[in-house]
Ligand binder design. Structure first.
Ligand code: HEC
Ligand code: HEC
Ligand code: HEC
Ligand code: HEC
Length: 266
């Protein structure tokens, strides 16, 4: 299982979010969720009610962050029959991984702006979509160009499928395997559906889209998250882009605080 799926995780930044500053029950909500303390908060530029997490207990964004244990998945699925994937992919909300009440399940379907509801899994920590002001990106994220006929989800680009196992005469359920390194550029041609991919999103009888084409395009749809604060809905609130965690002035601190406390209140 590890070989087939998780091996990419180890090389990703999801496996490496331990900075001395993140070793506390608040920052751990996103940087090492299994060690987070649900009541911890962020106030006046400082963490509050956040016990320290000893370095040896810090685990980063592990499998269990997105995949509840099997026995808990069964309980979540029974409680919420419409949960996406039967609850096998859920948002962990810090109340103990063996506690079904810790998990928020996901829905397929679209939000009122046309984006995918499944993306909540990522936006729970990543707070903002990137490049929403890029019309090509927005078109992808809000229309029916995705591999399954819906909007293009975060995972369609960042965890693209690269092969299927089971199904047919094997008697096993058909399982699509997805990259777990979250690295779009490294996972070409699959991540863009270029020539040689499974999805074929950007390759058809009418157009030939190669790995080189995709590599040339990527810089135009990449924008670092330091620009979060200038994107909708924050337009006009902060004039200068501030680093996601740098927040040098009081006003910027307050904006950061408001945003982080929204997560906190969930
Ligand atoms: C529990 C919180 C959490 C969730 C859920 C989460 N991320 Fe992350 N992600 C992080 C953190 C924290 C980092 C940065 C780690 C660091 O650099 O210290 C990160 C880093 C990344 C990176 C940079 C990867 C790299 O190796 O360069 C990408 C891309 C990414 N996440 C995409 C996603 C996508 C797509 C999803 C949804 C499937 C997702 N993340 C879900 C917290 C999360
Ligand atoms: C709401 C989720 C969330 C919370 C809470 C959070 N972080 Fe992050 N952090 C992220 C994500 C996502 C990244 C990935 C980088 C990015 O997208 O800018 C990140 C990146 C970082 C980085 C890497 C450097 C950088 O700016 O890219 C550091 C250091 C960091 N966070 C420290 C902290 C500290 C300290 C706290 C607690 C005060 C904290 N974080 C709380 C989500 C969070
Ligand atoms: C249409 C494809 C596409 C979609 C959809 C998409 N991304 Fe990205 N994203 C990219 C590309 C390309 C990059 C540039 C870095 C790379 O090659 O991985 C990137 C970069 C990032 C980074 C910064 C990684 C780094 O190296 O610093 C994060 C974090 C991220 N995306 C998260 C998300 C999340 C969360 C979603 C869904 C809300 C999402 N992305 C949707 C294509 C996409
Ligand atoms: C940031 C969230 C996240 C993390 C962390 C994560 N996964 Fe996944 N995983 C997903 C998503 C999303 C899917 C796709 C679900 C779907 O297709 O509906 C998935 C799918 C899978 C699948 C089904 C087959 C496949 O490859 O798609 C397996 C098995 C799996 N993950 C194992 C793991 C293991 C093992 C780890 C830790 C090394 C891990 N996952 C970490 C989000 C995550």
């Amino acid at each position: 299982m590890w070989q087939l799926t998780g091996s990419g995780w180890f090389a990703s930044r999801h496996a490496q979010s331990d900075y001395a500053t993140t070793e506390n029950g608040f920052c751990a909500k996103c940087h090492s969720p299994l060690q987070a303390y649900a009541p911890a908060s962020f106030s006046n530029g400082a963490v509050a009610n956040a016990p320290s997490v000893p370095q040896q207990r810090f685990q980063a964004v592990t499998c269990a962050t997105c995949h509840p244990p099997d026995n808990i998945t069964a309980q979540i699925g029974a409680l919420n029959p419409s949960a996406m994937d039967g609850g096998a992919v859920s948002i962990y909300l810090w109340k103990g991984y063996n506690n079904p009440a810790s998990y928020q399940t996901l829905s397929t379907g679209v939000n009122s702006d046309g984006t995918s509801q499944e993306d909540l899994l990522c936006l729970n920590c990543h707070e903002q979509r990137h490049n929403t002001d890029d019309s090509a990106m927005w078109a992808m994220m809000t229309t029916t160009y995705g591999p399954n006929g819906g909007p293009v989800r975060c995972i369609d680009c960042h965890m693209s499928e690269y092969q299927f196992i089971g199904g047919g005469s094997t008697g096993l359920p058909l399982l699509e395997e997805r990259f777990h390194d979250w690295n779009v550029g490294a996972d070409l041609p699959y991540s863009c559906g270029a020539v040689g991919s499974v999805s074929g999103c950007h390759n058809s009888t009418y157009s030939t889209f190669t790995v080189a084409d995709a590599q040339n395009l990527i810089p135009f749809i990449k924008e670092q998250h330091t620009d979060w604060w200038t994107l909708p809905p924050f337009n006009g609130v902060v004039q200068a882009a501030v680093p996601a965690h740098g927040a040098p002035t009081l006003i910027e601190y307050k904006t950061l605080e408001r945003e982080i406390s929204k997560i906190d209140a969930m």
